[in-house]
Design a protein around this ligand. Sequence first.
Ligand SMILES: [Zn+2]
Ligand SMILES: [Zn+2]
Length: 136
Amino acid sequence: MPSPSLLLRDRGLRATSNRRQILDLLGSRASHLSAAEVYDALRRTGERVDPATVYRTLEVLTEVGLAHVVDGPGPKRYGDGSEPHHHAVCRQCGAVKDLPLRGLADAARHIEELTGLRPDASGALLFHGLCGACSL
Ligand SMILES: [Zn+2]
Ligand SMILES: [Zn+2]
């Protein structure tokens, strides 16, 4: 895994401290984080940052493919862009789980045959349902 600085410079972005920290954070979590969660996590590390910068940085990272976004319910959540995957999202609490591409290749092919729609680089099948906690 290349360093955050290298990834940023590869995409023509200056490797600012905020960008490096946010990229690090997204890469180190198994889960997806909202802008507010990213802000809180950065604040806890002592990083000087404001919410607008966090939001803008997440947008920029998504634009260049270093992060990807999963729409709610609830706030948008962001994950890192290193490993394409699909998502399962809880309709009630908004929890996001990754789904590996491998197990869903047949489904993706079938959807493309039926609709012409193809997952993009980030892997874009989105399943909605109720997570374990919400379906109790
Ligand atoms: Zn994801
Ligand atoms: Zn849930």
